[in-house]
Design a protein around this ligand. Sequence first.
Ligand code: NI
Ligand code: MN
Length: 229
Amino acid sequence: MTTKITWYGHATIGVETSDGYKVLIDPFFTDNPAASTTADSVSPDFIVISHGHGDHVGDAIAIAKRTGALVISNYEITNWLSGQGVEKVHPQHLGGGFKHPFGYLKLTLALHGSALPDGSYGGNPAGILLTTNDGHKLYFAQDTGLFGDMALIGEEGIDLAMLPIGDNFTMGPDDALRAVKLIHPKHVIPIHYNTWPLIAQDPNAWAERVKAETDTQVHVLNPGDVFTL
Ligand code: NI
Ligand code: MN
C-alpha cells in the first residue's frame, strides 16, 4: 500500500493514493520559476487550496475547468471559485474534516493571510491534514508561522509532514526545526523555499540539523521528485 507524493516545486504537491486517486494541493505552475511541469500536464481528480494567495490558488481555476476536478478549500475561497465558473467545489473550514473518496481531509490552523488574487476576502488560511484510506497520515503545513498547537497535530501520529522553510513569508529554518520537534513526524520534506531570492535557503543544511536534533527522517527533494510512503 503506497502513497506517492510529488513535489512540483514551491508549495505545489501531488498525492496519489494507493487506491488511485490524484489529489493536487496548491497548484501553482504558471509564473512559478521552480515548477517542474506545466498546468496543462496534470490531471487531478481533486484540488485542495490552503489559502487565497496567488502562489497557492495558482492555476486551480484553469485545471478545474479542464479536468472537472472537485476543488476543496475554505468556504470563502470555494464561493469565490464558484463565481469564477468552477463547477465542482466542496467547502470546509478550520478544524472540520470530511471523508472524501481519497481519504479524510481536515483543515488545520495556519498563521498567515488569505486574500485572493483580486483582493477578495479569502477567509482564514489553512494547513491540510489528510488520512488516506490505507491509514497514512499526511500534514501539509503550507504557508504558516510556527505555532504551539502543531503539537496537537503531532498527537495524531504524522507519517509525513511537509513544512515551509523559506522564511520571510512563512517559518524559516529555525522555526521549521522547532516545528519538527513539536510534530514528531516519521518523515519531513521542506517546501516553500528557493522559488525566488526572497525565500532562498539551503535545504541540505536544514536537513543536517533535523538529522542531528530529531529522530525524524528528512528528505530534500528537487522539483518533480517523487517520495513514496
Ligand atoms: Ni501565502
Ligand atoms: Mn506562499
